[in-house]
Write a protein that binds this ligand. Structure first.
Ligand SMILES: *Cc1c(COP(=O)(O)O)cnc(C)c1O
Length: 366
C-alpha cells in the first residue's frame, strides 16, 4: 500500500545524522529552548530571508503569538480564509478576538482578495492569508487592500516552507510569518514545533517574551506569558532537516508538476497555480464528484488518499456561535464537498508517481 505520506523513508535515509543531533542535545541537556533551539532560529531566519525567527512549540502557538504581537485583543476582528486548517482561526480566538471568514477563489482555492473589502469593519485589525497546500495566495492584492485600510497582513506558512511569490520567500512578505513543523509538513520536527518570522525587533521581542513565560530575565515576568518554547531536540532535528529542505522542495515540485501535466482525466479538477507563484506542493489536492468513491477506488489500487478539508472553518461546530450558514462561502463549501488529496512526498519513487498518475487517468467515476 502506498501511503499518502511516508515519513519513515526520510528517517531511514538520514538515521545516523538525526540520532547524532539528538545525542548532542542529550549530552548537553539543552532540552528546553537553549543552544540548539537558538541555532535553528538563526538558520531558519536566514533561510526565509528575515532578520528574526522565534521558535515555538507548534504552529498554532505561532499564530497566537503573531496576533498578540500585533496587538489583537477582545473586540477586534481578523479576516481569515474559510478554506484553511482550523488552527489559522484559533490564533485569533485565543486573544479574545473574532475570526471573520472570507471565501476562496473558484480556481486557486486561496483567499479571494475581491471578497475581503466587504468584510472590513471598524473593528478589523488585520488579515491572515494562508499559502494553503503550499500555493501562495495573491499577496500583492491582499497587501494593497490592507494598506488602504491600515491593517496588518500575517502569512500562515504552515504548508508553504520555501514557497515563492514574485521571487520572494513565503514568510518574508507580510508583517509576520507563522510556520508549523508538525510531522508531515514540508519541514518537520520529531514531535511538535513552529516558528514566528519577524521583520522588526519589537515583534521578535514580544514573541520571545510571550513564549517564555512572559520574561526576559528569569523570574521577572513583564507580561502574562505562555510556555510555548521550542524543545532543544526539535531544534537539533530541524537543523538537520533544513539542510535537506531545498532538495525535498525540488522533488515535491517535480512530482507536483508531473501530476499537473500528466493527470488529464476530465473527471479530475486541478488547483490553479498562477505564473507569479512558485508553489511547494505540500498537499496535492484535486476535486472529484464523489470523494468517498474515489478514495475507495484508489485504496483498491493500492494507494491511500485523504481529504483536506471536509468541513470549511465557517461551518465548524466550534464556530457555530458566529452564525454562519451554508451558502456564505460557496467556493470553500464546494471544495470541502469534492476535495481529495493524492499521495505526494519527496521520497516517492518514479514508479509510485506513475502508479498514481495511471490510477487517476483510469478513473471512470463508476
Ligand atoms: C498545520 C497547520 C497549522 C497548525 O500547526 P500545528 O503545528 O499543527 O499547531 C496552522 N495552519 C495551517 C494552515 C496548518 O496546515
Amino acid at each position: 500500500m502506498l501511503k499518502r505520506i511516508d515519513l519513515s523513508r526520510d528517517f531511514q535515509k538520514h538515521r545516523e545524522e538525526y540520532l547524532k543531533a539528538i545525542e548532542a542535545v542529550c549530552e548537553e541537556t539543552a532540552f528546553s529552548g537553549g543552544k540548539y533551539a537558538d541555532q535553528f532560529d538563526r538558520e531558519f531566519a536566514e533561510y526565509v530571508g528575515v532578520p528574526y525567527a522565534a521558535g515555538v512549540n507548534n504552529g498554532t502557538s505561532a499564530l497566537h503569538c503573531a496576533m498578540a504581537a500585533l496587538g489583537v485583543g477582545p473586540g477586534d476582528e481578523v479576516i481569515v480564509p474559510a478554506n484553511t486548517y482550523i488552527a489559522t482561526a484559533w490564533g485569533v480566538s485565543y486573544t479574545g478576538a473574532t475570526p471573520v471568514f472570507v471565501d476562496c477563489t473558484a480556481d486557486t482555492w486561496e483567499i479571494d482578495p475581491d471578497k475581503i473589502e466587504e468584510k472590513i469593519t471598524d473593528k478589523t485589525k488585520g488579515i491572515i492569508g494562508v499559502h494553503l497546500y503550499g500555493q501562495p495566495f495573491e499577496f500583492s492584492k491582499v497587501k494593497e487592500i490592507a494598506d488602504r485600510h491600515g491593517l496588518f497582513v500575517v502569512e500562515d506558512c504552515a504548508q508553504a516552507h520555501g514557497a515563492g511569490y514574485e521571487g520572494r520567500m513565503a514568510g518574508s512578505l507580510g508583517d509576520i510569518g507563522c510556520f508549523s513543523f508538525y510531522p508531515g509538513k514540508n519541514l518537520y520536527a520529531f514531535g511538535e514545533g513552529g516558528s514566528v518570522t519577524c521583520k522588526t525587533q519589537e515583534h521578535f521581542d514580544t514573541v520571545t517574551t510571550m513564549k517564555n513565560q512572559g520574561c526576559h530575565v528569569r523570574y521577572y515576568h513583564d507580561m502574562i506569558g505562555y510556555n510555548y518554547r521550542l524543545e532543544g531536540i526539535q531544534g537539533a532535528v530541524l537543523s538537520v532537516s533544513l539542510k535537506y529542505l531545498p532538495e525535498w522542495t525540488a522533488r515535491r515540485r517535480e512530482i507536483g508538476k508531473q501530476y499537473l501535466r500528466e493527470i488529464y482525466n476530465p473527471l479530475i479538477i486541478h488547483q490553479a497555480h498562477p505564473d507569479n507563484t512558485d508553489p511547494v506542493f505540500h498537499l496535492f489536492v484535486i476535486q472529484v464528484e464523489n470523494p468517498e468513491h474515489f478514495l475507495a477506488y484508489m485504496q483498491e489500487k493500492g494507494m491511500e488518499c485523504n481529504r483536506h478539508y471536509p468541513v470549511p472553518c465557517h461551518l465548524q461546530k466550534a464556530y457555530a456561535s458566529l452564525g454562519y450558514h451554508e451558502g456564505d462561502c460557496p467556493n470553500a463549501e464546494k471544495l470541502a464537498k469534492h476535495c481529495v488529496t493524492l499521495p505526494l512526498f519527496p521520497e516517492m519513487t518514479a514508479d509510485e508517481v506513475q502508479l498514481v498518475i495511471d490510477a487517476c487517468n483510469d478513473y471512470t467515476g463508476e
